[in-house]
Design a protein around this ligand. Structure first.
Ligand code: COI
Length: 356
């Protein structure tokens, strides 16, 4: 593991006075963690420095060919004031998997975790206290070579920035409406859908924008071949409850292997529910929603946590799920997951890393 140098900011920002108005990803703390990679030398110069803009060459490869990957995780404040992370090593390991697919170097996960711990220790006062708030952590890796030839860069930068956040959706825990996207596709098998690369999110922006203008919170992506099977919502994986059974799309290479997805599947099984990972035909989902066979639908993600879905719309057809409130199962899973994350419930799975 590398030594990490620390340069403190002499110009600290005011902390947000109203924690009920944090929104998502709008404010950033006073410091960031950076390390750089040079082929033949590996990761080096691990440092915590004041948060400030990067100077980048306009020909830096990331700006042209998009070798950029990121992660999303959170630091939670317990009722006793202590701080903790949820499955951080799983996020860093996923970043290395994203890097491999994008022709980028494996992350120095040990130094990244140590850098994160030291960064949070410096920024501890930025972790909000209010129920449902947290300090969102955004580790990112970008290619830095200067030049326009399309090939793997020999230099990279990894950085971590921190943002105090509230709920991802303005609806909070109220059900969101989702538009089933039948024109554009997000990813195809063999592509990069399973990675957390910036391009996957760039590809989702147009459809998301169109859906938003029609009053929907997000789009639900269908598979890129037949446009028939449910994939994911860009910011979350999808789950559908049928009484005691929870169905979710299987990890087929084109959807993100969500850490929250995995946690919810494990917790659901521990709570006595059956889980099924398979190919879910959107037409059957609509039929099951209409007939009442499907009892609830919700999304899972680090930013979104558990977000109940109140209605699905495909072309001109709309199905309403539940009674406009959060369903019993969604609430139970939300309470269990956040109970563990905020230290209210015992962590039987070894997911929590206590920082203080
Ligand atoms: C996360 O849930 O952490 C993500 O990275 C999703 C992003 C759209 C906010």
């Amino acid at each position: 593991m590398q030594e990490i140098s620390v340069t403190r900011s002499t110009n600290l920002k005011a902390k947000p006075a109203d924690e009920s108005a944090l929104g998502f990803g709008r404010l950033f703390t006073d410091h960031m963690f950076i390390m750089d990679y040079v082929e033949g030398q590996g990761w080096k110069d691990a440092r915590i420095v004041p948060y400030e803009p990067f100077a980048m060459d306009p020909a830096a490869m990331v700006l042209h060919y998009g070798q950029a990957i990121f992660e999303g995780m959170k630091c939670y404040r317990r009722a006793d004031g202590g701080l903790q992370l949820f499955r951080p090593t799983d996020n860093l390991a996923r970043m290395t998997r994203s890097a491999q697919r994008m022709g980028m170097p494996a992350l120095d996960e040990e130094t990244a975790l140590e850098g994160l711990k030291q960064l949070i220790a410096i920024e501890a006062d930025w972790v909000p206290h209010r129920d449902g708030t947290s300090l969102y952590i955004r580790p990112t890796m970008i290619s830095m070579d200067v030049g326009l030839g399309v090939h793997a860069s020999k230099t990279y930068r990894f950085f971590i920035i921190l943002s105090p956040v509230g709920a991802y959706y303005k609806e909070g825990l109220k059900p969101v409406s989702i538009y089933v996207e039948d024109e554009y596709v997000r990813a195809v098998r063999g592509g990069v859908g399973f990675t957390k690369c910036a391009g996957n999110y760039a590809a989702s922006i147009l459809a998301g924008d169109i859906a938003e203008k029609k009053g929907f919170s997000q789009v639900l992506w269908l598979d890129g071949v037949e446009q028939k099977y449910v994939e994911e919502v860009g910011s979350m994986n999808m789950m559908f409850a049928y009484g005691n059974t929870i169905k979710t799309p299987m990890l087929n290479g084109s959807i993100l292997p969500g850490i929250t997805r995995d946690s919810i599947l494990k917790l659901a099984r521990q709570l006595g529910y059956e889980t099924v990972e398979g190919r879910l035909d959107i037409h059957e989902i609509f039929e099951d929603a209409k007939s009442g066979k499907m009892t609830e639908a919700f999304g899972t993600g680090t930013a979104a946590v558990i977000s109940p879905v109140g209605s699905l719309c495909m072309k001109d057809e709309r199905v309403v799920l539940g009674d406009g409130g959060i369903g019993t199962l969604s609430q139970k899973l939300y309470d269990t997951l956040t109970g563990i994350q905020y230290g209210r419930l015992e962590d039987k799975n070894g997911w929590i890393l206590k920082l203080s």
